[in-house]
Write a protein that binds this ligand. Structure first.
Ligand SMILES: N=c1c2ncn([C@@H]3O[C@H](COP(=O)(O)OP(=O)(O)OP(=O)(O)O)[C@@H](O)[C@H]3O)c2ncn1[C@@H]1O[C@H](COP(=O)(O)O)[C@@H](O)[C@H]1O
Length: 104
């Protein structure tokens, strides 16, 4: 989790960098729709790697999706800590109970 928090800080700092020098800044320059599109693409690539990639390819795709997810959260000014707190809240609650609480 330390790694993800550190990455979140770096991403926040790079938002306002020169887009020709920073991938994060280049995504921001293209806007929220592009950030969302990249997150979707990476999700699909990760799913394909689950089915047919090597372990090494899956690790790479998993890293890409975590990175692009944090870029997207940061672009919406939603702290990663909020997501982690939500996961903490769900701890000890079974998936079935969680689903029932959502549809109640
Ligand atoms: N972890 C990452 C990271 N993972 C993936 N990527 C980039 O995400 C892109 C993945 O997109 P694709 O695989 O679809 O490749 P692509 O065709 O080049 O991408 P597009 O042109 O379609 O956007 C690549 O350009 C990767 O370099 C990352 N870019 C940056 N980081 C981290 O973010 C920090 C800040 O980066 P800059 O903003 O570039 O300084 C870096 O120090 C790293 O810690």
């Amino acid at each position: 989790m330390e790694t993800l928090s550190r990455l979140e800080k770096t991403i926040a700092q790079r938002r306002t960098a020169d887009p020709s020098q920073s991938y994060v800044a280049s995504l921001h320059a293209k806007g929220l729709p592009q950030i969302a599109r990249k997150l979707g693409e990476e999700g699909v690539e990760a799913a394909i790697a689950v089915l047919s990639g090597s372990d090494e390819e899956l690790v790479g795709e998993a890293a890409d999706i975590l990175f692009h997810l944090i870029v997207a959260l940061n672009a919406r000014d939603v702290p990663l800590a909020d997501v982690l707190a939500e996961l903490d809240r769900r701890e000890g609650v079974s998936g079935i109970e969680e689903k029932a609480s959502r549809s109640a």
